[in-house]
Design a protein around this ligand. Sequence first.
Ligand code: FAQ
Length: 315
Amino acid sequence: MEVKLEAIFQDKIDQEIKIEPRDWMPEKYRKTLLRQISQHAHSEIVGMLPEGNWITRAPNLRRKVALLAKVQDEAGHGLYLYSAAETLGMSRDEMLNELHTGKAKYSSIFNYPTLTWADMGAIGWLVDGAAIMNQVPLCRTSYGPYARAMVRVCKEESFHQRQGYEIMLTLANGSPEQKAMAQDALYRWWWPSIMMFGPTDDNSPNSAQSMQWKIKRFSNDELRQKFIDATVPQAEILGLTIPDKDLKWNEQRGHYDFGTIDWTEFHQVVAGNGPCNKQRLKARVDSWENGAWVREAAMAFQNKDKQRQAKTEAA
Ligand code: FAQ
């Protein structure tokens, strides 16, 4: 029976028919999606923190409004993604508990500090740029609720990428101090951004199965290469230097060659030992604890409302 169901399931995937919450699915498909979507949701919510740090220090009103809107968009992305993950049978409270106890992962990139205003430019340009490269294919992922959530997320991410690039462009064409600030931000964010795509294909335990199920459409290395190829010319327009002496156009491959990624750093950050892991997690846990009264008040209101309704119906 299970074998037959599995064959029907794979056939649907092969024919590009979306899998919906009530459809039969292998348990491992459900678990893989739950892992990826909840990690993605946590990344959006934790990802609000590095930029949230600069809202009060934006250099002018236009920049402040754009940054505020961007951070709010990230909260929205987290909410669509938690909703999509909930359709797979785990409650939002359980997912948050996994984040708060360190059981669930979130993207390595959000464990780095934002030291200057130029970091707002570098995050928009590089981090959102990498996110778009990874997420546009997710609009065609095989699980319906995830694919549909990603359509809006990607539209908003493109705006984020452009606002970041525009900050970089302004700084790169500004005073020598501003240009130096932009360069310093590129130095610090480049390597962590290319690590966002995850381990190399031969070290990516989930890729083969996720590709077969069309959860992922491109491998980690393919997306990383696409990102580098798209971003190098943008750095040239800015007149800024990417901190990789091995970065070079390879005519034969039709791609940029690049240097060796420091995977020890990546694994350290993912293991909780990055520069800001403890601070990020503490901010989320504090926020959950400080918001307890809001949840309790909402529940008390709902119970009162139910009692009132029951009384009216009984009368
Ligand atoms: N950080 O076998 P794979 C954003 C883990 S963008 C931490 O290759 P998979 C927007 C991976 O989970 C950022 N952990 O795994 C924004 C797995 O561990 P597990 C979020 C990482 O899933 C911008 C292990 O390594 N985007 O939020 C990372 O097939 C600006 C082995 O790896 C998404 O989540 C990492 N970078 O491929 C917000 C996109 N990479 O769970 C605010 C959706 C890998 O087995 C400001 N996710 N790991 O214990 C994906 O596309 C995939 O999950 C990958 C990883 C590509 C991230």
